[in-house]
Ligand binder design. Structure first.
Ligand code: UD1
Length: 416
């Protein structure tokens, strides 16, 4: 199993180019299912999760060609509307195939995702929404079996804000008979990016970016070319790293407008941040100050940045209160940080982080994607050598991370 070896202590200097957003690319790849014509995607990140999604689409009979950051998909010959357990268990986002398959073929079998390291993560709202649109859904042998003659527009209220739930139902509604209204919809920028791509394919969608999305069904979607938005979590991770260890970094190909709350919190921690439309310049040369935060759906603080901010708070001046409201078990990184000398107590869904003067390198284990990013930040800050085990989690969501860090002057190496 591969590991990362980091020798911390050096400030980050230089520039880093942000890749396309994983969480926008995954639903957008599934949007290809909705059309018999070609979908050409640019700025697709080179990640294991993207590889898994392409594998999933190919085994359905979709042609998918990838060259660098461009992916060309054609679902004219899709014959197998199914997502098997072997793929779903490695990537929950496979559930995003369900809505599009049902909309275009009236039939789908998608393995039911189990719980995962950060929480139970049910998909009941995806299922209820599709049932409201007329689908018959049963769970047999661990699989979701869904069928419908033709989906019908419906008024759907989701009692929890769900990102992939909103995306699944929005995709399904594009080809339904009549109008669908999604209430309490997710407002995440990745939902907006998917909507923009679907509109380029001929869908009739309005209200995306607000909590009420209206989709008027059309007969078919056509060919399109679309560039995936920059990854706001990758961007936030680099910004948090600079704030923690210090330095002067230019972050290019970014979308600062999607990171308002994160940038605000980093300024509160002491970083000096300026930005243009697609670039962020960050300078940090003092010990960060502790920042409190509470995760919640967009535009509030993203749960996918919580772990990285805990890492930042471990060496900050003062004590931070970090509350996680989205997932019930998203503090697995805390015990690993404690191995590096961090002082953190957990009370229910709150972590109380007392800033230490220093962390000391040790061997730690990545438990999920964003926990891995948090351990990388801690490794950059720690004195001596930190070894991070199980970095396959990191490769799921961070495009060429060690190459990007080496270019910023970090002493980091991948070892077997
Ligand atoms: C997406 C992101 C993930 C991010 C999360 C929250 C992708 C591929 N993944 O995950 O990185 O951390 O949003 O911003 O985009 N819930 C239900 N029933 C459902 C659906 C969700 O109870 O049917 C609950 C979940 O258990 C969780 C909360 O709703 O507590 C939010 O989850 P959701 O927004 O659905 O997360 P994902 O879409 O899986």
């Amino acid at each position: 199993m591969q590991k990362l070896k980091i020798r911390g202590g050096k400030p980050l200097r230089g520039s880093v180019r942000i890749s396309g957003a994983k969480n926008a690319a995954l639903p957008i790849l599934c949007a290809a299912i909705l059309s018999a014509e070609t979908l050409t995607l640019k700025n697709v990140p080179q990640l294991n999760d993207i590889g898994t999604m392409l594998k999933l689409l190919k085994q359905m009979g979709i042609s998918a060609h990838r060259e660098g950051e461009t992916v060309v998909l054609n679902a004219a010959n899709l014959t197998n509307p199914a997502a098997p357990y072997e793929l779903v268990k490695t990537m929950r986002a496979s559930i995003l195939a369900l809505g599009p398959l049902l909309a275009r073929f009236g039939k789908a079998r998608v393995s039911l995702p189990g719980g995962c390291a950060i929480g139970a993560r049910p998909v009941d709202l995806h299922i209820k929404g599709l049932e409201a649109m007329g689908a018959t859904i049963t769970i047999e042998g661990g699989d979701i079996h869904a069928s419908v003659f033709k989906l019908k527009g419906a008024h759907i209220f989701m009692d929890i804000v769900t990102v992939t739930g909103t995306e699944n139902l929005m995709m399904a509604a594009t080809l339904a008979d009549g109008t669908t209204v999604l209430e309490n919809a997710a407002r995440e920028p990745e939902v907006v990016d998917l909507a923009e791509c679907l509109i380029k394919m001929g869908a009739n969608i309005s209200g995306h970016g607000s909590d009420v999305i209206t989709v008027k069904g059309v007969a078919s979607l056509h060919k399109a070319e679309y560039a995936v938005m920059p990854d706001r979590i990758e961007t936030g991770t680099f910004l948090a790293a600079v704030t923690a260890i210090g330095g002067d970094v230019r972050v290019t190909n970014a979308a600062p407008r999607t990171l308002d709350v994160v940038i605000e919190k980093l300024r509160e921690a002491g970083a000096v941040i300026t930005s243009t439309d697609d670039e962020i310049h960050i300078v940090s040369n003092t010990r960060p100050k502790a920042v409190n935060l509470r995760t919640a759906p967009y535009p509030a603080f993203p749960t996918d940045m919580q772990a990285q901010f805990i890492a930042l708070n471990t060496i900050a001046e003062g004590t931070a209160i970090v509350t996680e409201t989205i997932f019930e078990n998203r503090f697995m990184h805390v015990q690993e940080l404690v191995r590096l000398g961090a002082k953190i107590d957990i009370e229910g869904n709150t972590a109380i982080v007392k800033g230490a003067q220093k962390l000391t390198g040790a061997t730690v284990m990545a438990t999920d994607l964003r926990a891995s990013a948090c351990l990388v930040i801690a490794g950059l800050v720690a004195e001596g050598e930190t070894i991070i085990d199980r970095i396959y989690h990191l490769d799921r969501g961070y495009d060429h991370i060690e190459k990007k860090l080496v270019a910023l002057g970090v002493d980091i190496e991948r070892i077997d």
